[in-house]
Design a binder for this molecule. Structure first.
Ligand code: PLP
Length: 393
């Protein structure tokens, strides 16, 4: 191994990229057969049957070859229809869209296309860890916009603007947000839209949680504001909305010139997404909304139970998130850092959570809990924590 390591001169990206802090919790959890895993950002629901049937039909019809790099026309048309009807974004399915392997690959593709070494990318702190990993892979520099619990974890224009320099290439806006569940409303986004026009910077609107919103909130897409067509890359995915995380289908909507370049690089990366899965994605977009509504109702029930439960337990204090399927409770009441706290909860309650520090700057002092699991699991997790830590007087 020593000789091998001497010979091996891995890339800077490989050497600098840190393994996810969430993975360690998975490893530790293996010790507990009765562990309730609330770590992974994944719906507890099975993918709706009509979507699975569309995949099966695709394979039965012999759709087993490469597709155009941009994705099949049927899916691009479905996405264009969806963007117009749900997001008020006009796009030409032949010019403004590319189908990707989930939002993860969409984001990587966008980074490779836009970011040069040394370019600065503004992201929220705390943030979904892959943003930082991907920025590192293109040798860009992550600049953190620290959001606060007091302001419901909102990344607003007033805290973004002081971070903009001549090296800023890209800003990533993620509403509803992972890990905080924070959302930006229409007024917040209007101010960000003005900022973008003023500074002429590319923005990724990463919106995979757009439909997972509560209390009557209606998500607005950044790209729907006038004059932003050339700056915004809207990235989305079927993963969270339709319980399709394993399908790996996502997309980017952007201006024609950017899409042309994305397609070139996409060919070098994965060429195309499996056709039956693309057909299933079209099925989901046209016919899946009743399933989504049912799932969101269940998440809402879990969300309320979880927040109320946590706030009744010694050590926790938790804001009511308005979006996604995560709570991000403050755990400073335990007098431990977030890794120690997550490990202590695992040991005492056999409940697996993610330490806030795994989500970068601003994450310390919190843990992330995903409440997309089955309701019974949420109830049992709260019961175990209540028993272990006692309730507030
Ligand atoms: N963006 C955010 C904010 C996420 O939380 C995730 C997944 O957790 C993704 C993008 C990627 O999702 P997928 O690649 O499954 O579409």
């Amino acid at each position: 191994m020593e000789i091998f390591m001497d010979l091996l001169n891995l890339s800077t990206a490989a050497q600098n990229t840190q393994a996810s802090g969430i993975r360690r919790m998975f490893e530790l959890a293996k010790k507990y057969p009765d562990a309730i895993n609330l770590t992974l950002g994944e719906p507890g629901f099975m993918t709706p049957q009509h979507i699975i049937d569309a995949v099966t039909q695709g394979f039965a019809d012999g759709k087993t070859k490469y597709t155009p790099n941009a994705g099949i026309k049927e899916l691009r048309d479905a996405i264009a229809w969806k963007l117009e009807h749900e997001n008020n974004i006009k796009c030409d399915s032949d010019k403004n869209l590319i189908v990707t392997a989930g939002a993860t690959q969409a984001l990587m593709l966008a980074m490779v296309t836009l970011v040069n070494p040394g370019d600065e990318v503004i992201i929220q702190g705390p943030n979904w860890p892959d943003y930082k990993g991907q920025i590192d892979m293109v040798n860009g520099k992550a600049v953190y916009c620290k959001v606060s619990e007091e302001n419901n974890f909102k990344m607003t224009a007033d805290i973004i603007e002081p971070l903009i320099t001549e090296k800023t290439k890209l800003i990533i806006i993620n509403s509803p947000s992972n890990p905080t569940g924070g959302i930006l409303d229409k007024e917040d986004l209007a101010e960000i839209a003005e900022l973008i026009k003023k500074h002429k910077i590319f923005v990724i609107a990463d919106e995979p949680y757009e439909h997972l919103v509560y209390d009557g909130f209606k998500q607005t897409s950044l790209a729907s504001f006038e004059g932003l067509e050339d700056y915004v890359l809207t990235i989305n995915s079927l993963s969270k909305t339709y319980a399709m995380t394993g399908f790996r289908v996502g997309y980017i909507c952007a201006n024609e010139y950017i899409i042309e370049n994305l397609i070139k690089l996409h060919e070098n990366m994965i060429a195309s997404v499996s056709e039956p899965l693309q057909l299933a994605a079209a099925e989901a977009l046209y016919h899946g909304m009743p399933d989504v509504e049912m799932m969101v109702k269940e998440y809402d029930k879990n969300r309320r139970y979880m927040v109320e439960g946590l706030n009744s337990i010694n050590g926790f204090s938790c804001n009511m998130p308005k979006g996604a399927f995560y709570v991000f409770p403050n755990i400073t009441g335990f007098g431990l850092n977030s890794v120690e706290c997550a490990e202590m909860i695992l040991e005492k309650c056999h409940v697996v959570t993610s330490p806030g520090s795994a989500f970068g700057p601003g994450g310390e002092g919190f843990i992330r809990i995903c409440y997309a699991s089955r309701y019974e699991n949420i109830v049992e997790a709260i019961r175990r924590m209540r028993e272990a830590f006692g309730t507030k007087k």
